[in-house]
Design a protein around this ligand. Structure first.
Ligand SMILES: C[S@@+](CC[C@H](N)C(=O)[O-])C[C@H]1O[C@@H](n2cnc3c(N)ncnc32)[C@H](O)[C@@H]1O
Length: 409
């Protein structure tokens, strides 16, 4: 992928050493030892000194090199000094429990394959200088929850601006007829009331007014395995029903040329439909709705490749990729991600809205499920995620893909 964001692995090795140290804090002696081990260097080689500079002072070249990269990371704001401890540094911006957020302006390649790249950094730092044509942006941004998840999130008042700002540079690079799909929450309630917030309606209007996006559909992602919620209004107060769906909003910048094709997502015909096709049709004439709908003897008799999916996606949370991710994350001692999508959601939209080889992006990447679905479908992908630990776990899901390289060693 043609991106200016590739960096030398040693940056990431050093950032990694801090991220894996208890509390993200490390003194320099331990840093040298950890990085040298990762480089496959012996202690003797690490300590070996050779005369350097005009004065010929003997120094370890490896330690010098590590310090140089460490210094750059300090300047980038990734590392900060631990107050009162000489020579001890820590990853900056500890965010939430056991999470390390990339500091402003920092964008490092966490891992990549021949088709895609996962970047540790804030989406705004990546997409504002990005100019490759994007076919699809599919994302699940943080919801405006009253009690934010560990990875944080904006409140409801700021939400419309937050999403518009995130999408603005992406819309600028969107191919004509490209799509944006957002997985949002319909379960944001007015304060102390069982009535729902209208933030989604405000957001749709703002995306149309400010970014010129046309609404193609609101597709409910129906998931009967959701735990019963809203807890108070449905389970205690009992005035609401238990939620079974999240809305997926689908937008395009050019509805006349939208790059969707439902032939890429056809489903198997039902047994009944297959019977009708075999018989050559209904074999009867009926009229419904004052003539609006008519069944003719040959209706449903034409042999077609499959059933056009309904605009409701019924997908449970159970997902073998999520299970594999959790296993890897646990083995590496990483914190859990609180909002992982089943891969089947990005998989459906990537097939429906893009062609192989086109570029799919996800600014709020989490465990990089969008990248995983895109990779398997032969689409190029770019995912940003600002929490180091989520990418560390996600990298393990990509090791078998062609061209895999990881900053995590
Ligand atoms: C709802 S989660 C996405 C989950 C993802 N779809 C998955 O299946 O794993 C939202 C993610 O956005 C990340 N995030 C929030 N603000 C961000 C920003 N400014 N830049 C990059 N990532 C951000 C959070 O750390 C979180 O992992």
């Amino acid at each position: 992928m043609n991106t200016p964001l590739r960096q030398i692995n040693l940056f990431a090795d050093i950032a990694n050493a801090y991220a894996e140290a208890p509390g993200g804090v490390l003194d320099n002696a331990s840093l040298y030892a950890v990085v040298a081990e990762g480089m496959g260097t012996t202690k003797e080689a690490l300590d070996a000194r050779i005369p350097i500079g005009r004065a010929g002072v003997p120094r370890s070249t490896i330690k010098r090199k590590i310090r140089w990269y460490q210094q750059t990371l300090k300047q980038l704001g990734i590392l900060e000094h631990v107050p009162g401890a000489r020579g001890v540094w820590q990853l900056s911006e500890k965010a939430g429990k056991d999470l390390h957020r990339a500091a402003t302006g920092v964008t490092l390649v966490a891992f990549n394959t021949d088709l895609g790249v996962a970047i540790w950094g804030a989406h705004q730092d990546v997409f504002r200088r990005f100019d490759e044509p994007i076919a699809l942006c599919i994302s699940s941004p943080p919801y405006p929850l009253r009690k934010a998840r560990d990875y944080g999130g904006p409140n409801e008042r700021r939400y419309v601006d937050f999403i518009c700002a995130a999408l603005e540079p992406i819309v600028r690079s969107l191919l004509p007829g490209g799509s944006i799909v957002l997985n949002l929450s319909g379960d944001i309630f007015e304060s102390k009331k069982p009535s729902r917030s209208l933030y989604l309606e405000r957001l749709v209007l703002a995306l149309n007014d400010r970014l010129g996006l046309a609404l193609m559909d609101r597709i409910p992602w129906v998931n009967y395995s959701k735990p019963p919620a809203p807890t108070y209004w449905a389970c205690v107060n009992r005035v609401q029903l238990a939620t079974a769906y999240e809305p997926l909003y689908w937008f395009t910048n050019d509805p006349d040329h939208v790059r969707a094709d439902n032939r890429r997502v056809l489903e198997a015909h039902s047994a009944q439909h297959q019977r009708l096709m075999a018989l050559g049709g209904e074999g009867r004439s009926v009229t419904y709705g004052n003539g609006a709908y008519r069944i003719r003897p040959d209706s449903f008799g034409r042999v077609t490749a499959g059933r056009i999916p309904r605009n409701v996606l019924e997908r449970g949370h159970a997902c073998s990729d999520t299970k594999a991710y959790r296993r890897q994350a646990q083995a590496l001692g990483l914190p859990k991600h609180g909002a992982i999508q089943p891969t089947s959601i990005p998989d459906f939209f990537i097939r429906f809205l893009t062609e192989p080889g086109e570029l799919v992006v996800d600014p709020f990447g989490g465990t990089v499920k969008t990248g995983l679905a895109a990779e398997r479908l032969g689409r190029r992908w770019l995912v940003t995620e600002w929490m180091y630990e989520y990418l560390r776990g996600a990298a393990e899901m990509f090791t078998h893909f062609a061209g895999f390289q990881s900053a995590f060693g």
